[in-house]
Design a protein around this ligand. Sequence first.
Ligand code: CA
Length: 412
Amino acid sequence: MSELNTTSWVDVPHGHDFPLANLPFGIFSAKDRSPRPGMRLGDKVIDLSACHAVGLLNDLGLSAEVLAAHVLNPLMKLGKPVTVALRSRVQALFSADNHELRDRKDWHAACLVEAAAVTMHMPVEVGDYTDFYSSEDHARNVGKMFRDPDNALLPNWKHMPVGYHGRASSIVVSGTPIRRPQGQTRPDPEAPPVFGPSRLLDFELEMGFVTFDGKPMGERITTAEAEDYIFGLVLFNDWSARDIQKWEYVPLGPFLGKNFGSSISPWIVTLEALQNLRVAGPDQSPEVLEYLKYEGDSHYNVPLEVEIIPEGAKKGQIVCRSNFRHMYWNMRQQLAHHTVNGCNLRAGDMMASGTISGPEKGSFGSMLEISWRGTEPVSMPDGTERKFIQDGDTVVMRAPYFGEVSGAILPS
Ligand code: CA
C-alpha cells in the first residue's frame, strides 16, 4: 500500500477532533437513513453501507448486512484484521490524492452526510460491563477521605487492577438524559435508613474500551496479546450516587448507586488511531506478578476535561482537567487480569478505566474529590455553588479525537 496522504479531499479544519488520521466508528441515522455504521471525518459522516453499495469497499470480507446493522457488533465479530483493513481502506479512499470517490460527485450525497444532520445511537450492544479502579490518585483520594490517610491504598491495590462487574443495560449514548436515582440511604448513622432521591449525585471521568470476541472460556489473554482484542475507546461518564453507594456497598460492592446509568461518547476511536499518543506508564512498585508485566509504552496521552453547565446557563464551569495517562494500570494489564482465571470476552464488552484523577487539585475526576466530600464547594459562573450535581445540570466530558459525552440530570 502506498504511503498514506494525511490530508483529505474532504475539508477538515486544523485541530478538528476527527481528522483523516482518526476515523472513528459509530452508529448514526438521518432523515433518509435508518441507524447504520458510519465513520466520522471532519464535519461529515461516511455512510459505510452506501460506500459498499457502489463498490468502494470490495474485497474486505464485508457483507451488506454487516454494514447495514443497527450496531457495530456484527462488524466487530469479524475481528480486528477486518476492522483494521476497513479503516485503512476508508483512509486511503479519502486521501487527497485518491480520485475513486472524490471524482464521483454523483456518489457524494449517498456516501457523505453532514454530521450536524445525523442522530447518533449506541454504537454497540454492550454484553458485559466491567469497571476498574485503576487511577492511583483517585484510589488514594478516596482512601484518604473514607479510611486512613496514612494507608490510603488497600493492600491489594498495587498487586492487581481491582474491578467489579457493572450493569450493561443502562449504558447510554451521549445526549441521553439521566434521571436522578431514588434509593435507600442512611444520612444519620445513628438513625434508621430513609428512602428518597439521591442527594449526592456525582460523575466519574473515565475512558472505556470495547473488546472483540476473546478466546474460548478457560483460556487467558496475555498482556502481549491484549491489543489484538481491543477495538477502540470512548469517553465514559460513570454516574454515581454516593449516598446510596455508601450505605449499600458492604459487603458485596457497588450496586444501585452505580447501575442507574453510564454515558458514553458516540464515536469509538480505534486503538490504531491512538498510536501516536502512546506514552510510558508509571514505574510499578512493588514489582507486579509475571502475568501483569508488559513491554513497551502502553499508556495514552489523552487530555480530558469536565464541564458542568447549569440549566439554562450560557456558560458552564470547567471543574476538571485530567489525562488518560494518569492511569497506574493500563488496558493490557486490565485485560490480562480479567481473563487470567479463564473468563471469556465477547465482541461489544465494555471495560471502563475507573475515575481518572491526576495528582493535583484541578485534575480530580469526580465531585467527591473536587469538593473533597462536600467540604470545598465549586463556584459556578451564575453565582451558585456545587458540591455535587444538581437537577438540570449538564455534565460534559471532552477529549481531542473523542469529541464529547454529555448528559443532563432530570429531577427524580
Ligand atoms: Ca466507575
